[in-house]
Design a protein around this ligand. Structure first.
Ligand code: IPE
Ligand code: IPE
Ligand code: MG
Length: 252
């Protein structure tokens, strides 16, 4: 069967794709199963999409895996998710390494249980010298948390005399975000039919193309990713200018 992959223009790939992996709970409930069953199957989608991005040559993939607000879920689900995270990292780290994938984590790592922090730090170290796909896991992450942290650090540096407030511009602010090493996402995908951002990369998504699909995360596969990329490639990204200006630039 022909794949949508063949239609993708490899010269115009989004440099950075960010995904809100949503719908695991409903996927499981619809099957008469426990929510954790949905999270468990969501890992298969993560594997498939990471592989798909690596094969295409995407530079950065950020996956929203657990938000600051998700700590308020029932303890049973939170514990199940932490255990799944540790088990997945343990099982996958070798494959990540073999595929030259570099793992990064953004979020409030201090909130994570010790055993999860330890596993993650090991995986970060093991993959730290890889030069292929940058896989960014947003864990215990929320944009408002990140912005408050950034403001706190800026204020500390100003009071220590190492930062002159007059020099603060967008580049300096970017330096204080936990995404300082990464370009802004160009394509943001949310699965499961919800049309909201849920505290994800509010600053960095300023000019991202947004793509929403009803597909629940555990059903999301490479073909769905290709569909989103093709949709992205059909958009006119104007960054405030007019369509005519863009056409003129192309013809120059
Ligand atoms: C996304 O699926 C995974 C996490 C937030 C950890 P959900 O667990 O939010 O699934 P729904 O939205 O309840 O279906
Ligand atoms: C957003 O999904 C967070 C993750 C996918 C990790 P939620 O399911 O927590 O978001 P809301 O509560 O529906 O906005
Ligand atoms: Mg959800």
């Amino acid at each position: 069967m022909a794949s949508l992959k063949d239609k993708i223009d490899l010269q115009r790939l989004p440099r950075h794709i960010a995904i809100i992996m949503d719908g695991n709970g409903r996927w499981a409930t619809e099957k008469g199963q426990d929510r954790l069953y949905g999270h468990f199957h969501g890992v298969e989608s993560v594997r498939d999409i990471v592989e798909g991005c690596a094969e295409l040559g995407i530079g950065y993939l950020t996956l929203y895996a657990f938000s600051t607000e998700n700590w308020d879920r029932p303890a049973y689900e939170v514990t199940g998710l932490m255990e799944l995270l540790v088990e997945t990292i343990r099982n996958e780290v070798e494959t990540l390494n073999k595929n030259n994938i570099k793992l990064h984590v953004i979020g409030d790592m201090n909130m994570l249980p010790e055993y999860a922090k330890k596993e993650l730090n090991e995986a970060l170290e093991i993959t730290s010298r890889n030069t292929g796909l940058n896989l960014v896991m947003a864990l215990s992450y929320s944009s408002r948390w990140e912005l408050v942290e950034a403001v706190k650090h800026i204020a500390q540096d100003v009071s220590r005399g190492v930062l002159d407030p007059e020099t603060i511009d967008q580049k300096i602010l970017q330096h204080y975000l936990c995404t300082s090493e990464f370009p802004d996402p160009e394509l943001m995908i949310r699965t499961s039919g919800e049309y909201r951002i849920s505290n994800f990369l509010l600053y960095q998504l300023a000019y991202a193309e947004l793509y929403f699909t009803h597909v629940r995360w555990p059903d999301f596969r490479k073909e769905n990713l290709y569909e989103a990329i093709l949709d992205f490639q059909g958009r006119e990204r104007r960054f405030g200018r007019t369509g005519e200006q863009l056409k003129q630039e192309i013809s120059l």
